[in-house]
Design a protein around this ligand. Structure first.
Ligand code: PRP
Ligand code: URA
Length: 209
């Protein structure tokens, strides 16, 4: 089974509280999602491999570390995953970004794919699928399947808020995928919304409701 990490850093938990608040308006919501994504990127990249290099400082030669191994690829699930991209790129500006467009059919709650555009070397990258919400898990599972169909093997998932049902669905379908979350909430309601959650992430990010 892959890792399940709930990022309990006080800064992440504090900012999540403001993200959840219905009084938080679009501009602040966007800013906070960006900041939490950046903080979570710190956690999710903790196991990147390092190699030793020699650097000449002004006074001596130093043996130092630089990141080595696979390059990163970010895969936001459209639309709401887009809100997390820039925060992660602040820490990892060289990551490439692929896009998977999915929306949830409001009746069936099943994900509907409408767009896929990935870096040409996607198989060689360590990939982070990003989406603020892991509700039924249908969208995350579909995005991971899109990547696996293209022979990608190193995949992590990063979400701000998850339901217990969503976590279970991803763990069952993709036991090889490590999951990084800001919080696991109580349950899904009859409309597939996470309770207490934050409402509709896409609408709150883009001001569409
Ligand atoms: C939301 C959210 C996830 C999905 C989660 O997207 O951003 O992608 O729902 O639900 P699931 O785990 O049950 O699949 P939505 O379908 O509302 O599309 P949007 O981002 O375009 O608003
Ligand atoms: N999508 C959202 O944006 N919010 C939820 O609570 C569930 C799915």
């Amino acid at each position: 089974m892959g890792k399940l990490v709930v990022c309990d850093h006080p800064l992440i938990q504090h900012k999540l509280t403001y993200i959840r608040n219905e009084k938080t308006k679009t501009k602040d919501f966007r800013q906070l999602v960006d900041e939490v994504a950046m903080l979570m990127a710190y956690e999710i990249t903790r196991d990147l491999s390092l190699k030793t290099v020699e650097v000449q400082t002004p006074v001596a030669t130093a043996e130092c570390k630089v990141i080595s191994g696979r390059m990163l690829g970010l895969v936001p699930i459209l639309r709401a995953g887009l809100g997390m991209v820039d925060g992660i790129l602040k820490l990892h500006p060289t990551a490439k970004v692929g896009h998977v467009g999915l929306y949830r059919d409001p009746e069936t709650l099943q994900p509907v794919e409408y767009y896929v555009k990935l870096p040409t070397d996607v198989q060689q990258r360590e990939l982070i699928v990003i989406d603020p919400m892991l509700a039924t898990g249908g969208s995350a599972n579909a995005a991971i399947e899109v990547l696996k169909k293209r022979d990608c093997t190193q995949i992590k998932l990063m979400c701000l808020i998850a339901s217990p049902e969503g976590v279970k669905a991803v763990q069952e379908a993709h036991p090889d995928v490590d999951i990084y979350l800001g919080a696991v909430d109580d349950y899904l309601n009859d409309h597939g919304y996470i309770i207490p959650g934050l409402g509709d992430a896409g609408d709150r990010l883009f001001g569409t409701k």
